[in-house]
Design a protein around this ligand. Structure first.
Ligand SMILES: Cc1cc2nc3c(=O)[nH]c(=O)nc-3n(C[C@H](O)[C@H](O)[C@H](O)COP(=O)(O)O)c2cc1C
Length: 378
C-alpha cells in the first residue's frame, strides 16, 4: 500500500506491545484513543495571579494533544484561591476562569485527545513559591501574595508555615468548593474530573495519620480520615453527568513508617469505586518530608498493579516511564490500564508519535493529525 508521499508504507515491526498501548480505552461514556496519557503537571504560569490559564497553557496542552497523547489531565487547579499551590496556579473558583479554559479544552478535543482537569486544594502545602515570584521551596509571605494555609491539624510540612486547623464548617465549605469547581469544569468542556488526593495536598493530608491528628469524624481510623475524600467524590459525582468519568489521584504510600501505605490505599480505592470513581491514578510520596524514595524506572508501577488487582479498579501508572517499549510492556502485561508520561513529555510533546514508530505501529493507526501524515516516521 502506498501512502500520501507515494512511498510504500513500512511493515509493522512488532505490533503486539504497540497495539495494546495504542488501543482505545472506554470509561463510562468516554473513549480514549490510546493508553498514553499526560499527567497533571503544574506550570505555575497564571502569571497575573488570577487563576486564569493563558496562551502559554494553550500551547502547552494543544501541542501535546497534537503529539498524540490520548488523554490529558490539566495541572493542579485550585478550587479556591487558598487551594492553589502557588499564587501562579490556575483555578476554577470563578466563572471568568471557565471562559479562559474553554478555548484550550475545545482545541485539545479537536485533535482527538480527551481532556480533564485535576481539582486541588493545596492545604498545608499551599502558598509556596513559583518561578515568576521567587520563594521557590518556601512559603510566600502575605505581602508577596501568600496566604494563611489550612490543614486537618496544626502540623507544618517541614519548614513551611504553620497551617490553621480547619473547623468542621470549614471542611463542609471546602466540599462545596470542589463541587462548584467541578460544575464549572463541565461547563468549560472538560470530559472528566480528577480529584487530587496525592502528594501531601489537603485531601491526602486528611488520609495520612502522620498529618491528621483530628479526634472528630474527619480523623481517627481510616473511615474518618477518608471521609473528606469520599464526601468530595460524592459532591462531584452529584454535579457531573452520569457518563462522565471521575478519577482520583492518590499517593499509594508516604514512604514513612507508621503512615500511609498500600493496604490503606487499596481500601480507599475500593470505597471510592463504590462511590462512583472510575479510575485511580497511582502516584506515591509528597505527604511527609524527609523520607527516602527509591526513585528508579517503573518504581511506582507495582503500587498501581496491586491496586488494580486488589481493588478491581482501572489504574494508570506514572513515574519514570520514559521509553516506548517500557510503556508498552506495562500495558501489555496488564500492570496498568494506561501509562502517564510526565517529564519526558515536557521535553518531547510528540512522544506518542515517536513511540508508535519505535513499536512498529502503522502510520494509519498512529495518532497523527491529518496535516502531519506526510511528515510521519517511515
Ligand atoms: C513540573 C511538574 C509539575 C507537577 N505538577 C503536578 C500536579 O500539578 N499534580 C500532580 O498530581 N502531580 C504533579 N506532578 C507529578 C507528575 O504528574 C508525575 O507524577 C511525576 O512527574 C512523575 O512522572 P514522570 O517521571 O513521568 O515525570 C508534577 C511534576 C512535574 C515535573
Amino acid at each position: 500500500m502506498n501512502d500520501q508521499n507515494g512511498k510504500a508504507a513500512k511493515k509493522p515491526k512488532k505490533g503486539k506491545n504497540g497495539s495494546d498501548l495504542f488501543s482505545p480505552m472506554a470509561l463510562r461514556g468516554l473513549t480514549v484513543r490510546n493508553r498514553i496519557w499526560m499527567p497533571p503537571m503544574d506550570t505555575y504560569s497564571a502569571l497575573a495571579q488570577d487563576g486564569k490559564p493563558t496562551p502559554f497553557h494553550y500551547q502547552h496542552y494543544v501541542s501535546r494533544a497534537m503529539g498524540g497523547f490520548g488523554l490529558i489531565i490539566a495541572e493542579a487547579t485550585g478550587v479556591s484561591p487558598e487551594g492553589r499551590i502557588s499564587p501562579c496556579d490556575v483555578g476554577l473558583w470563578n466563572d471568568d476562569q471557565i471562559e479562559a479554559w474553554r478555548w484550550i479544552v475545545d482545541d485539545v478535543k479537536a485533535t482527538g485527545a480527551v481532556m480533564g482537569v485535576q481539582l486541588n486544594h493545596s492545604g498545608r502545602k499551599g502558598s509556596t513559591g513559583c518561578f515568576s515570584l521567587g520563594f521557590i521551596g518556601n512559603t510566600v509571605p502575605p505581602e508577596h501574595g501568600g496566604w494563611q494555609t489550612v490543614a486537618p491539624s496544626p502540623i507544618a510540612y517541614g519548614h513551611y508555615s504553620m497551617p490553621r486547623e480547619l473547623s468542621v464548617d470549614d471542611i463542609h465549605a471546602i466540599v462545596g468548593e470542589f463541587r462548584a469547581a467541578a460544575a464549572r469544569a463541565v461547563i468549560a468542556g472538560f470530559q472528566f474530573i480528577e480529584i487530587h488526593a496525592a502528594h501531601g495536598y489537603l485531601l491526602s493530608e486528611f488520609l495520612d495519620p502522620l498529618s491528621n491528628e483530628r479526634t472528630d469524624e474527619y480523623g481517627g481510623g481510616l473511615a474518618g480520615r477518608m471521609r473528606l475524600l469520599v464526601e468530595v467524590a460524592d459532591a462531584i459525582r452529584s454535579v457531573i453527568p452520569d457518563d462522565m468519568p471521575l478519577f482520583v489521584r492518590i499517593s499509594a504510600t508516604d514512604w514513612a513508617a507508621g503512615g500511609w501505605d498500600l493496604d490503606q490505599s487499596v481500601d480507599v480505592a475500593k470505597t471510592l469505586k463504590a462511590h462512583g470513581v472510575d479510575l485511580i491514578d497511582v502516584s506515591t510520596g509528597g505527604i511527609v518530608p524527609n523520607v527516602t524514595v527509591p526513585v528508579k524506572a517503573n518504581y511506582q508501577v507495582p503500587f498501581a498493579t496491586q491496586i488494580r488487582e486488589r481493588a478491581d479498579v482501572p489504574v494508570t501508572a506514572v513515574g519514570l516511564i520514559t521509553k516506548p517499549k517500557q510503556a508498552a510492556k506495562i500495558v501489555a502485561r496488564g500492570e496498568a490500564d494506561a501509562v502517564e508520561i510526565g517529564r519526558a513529555a515536557l521535553r518531547d510533546p510528540y512522544w506518542p508519535l515517536r513511540a508508535a514508530d519505535k513499536l512498529g505501529v502503522p502510520v494509519a493507526e498512529a495518532p497523527y493529525q491529518p496535516q502531519y501524515v506526510r511528515g510521519a516516521y517511515r
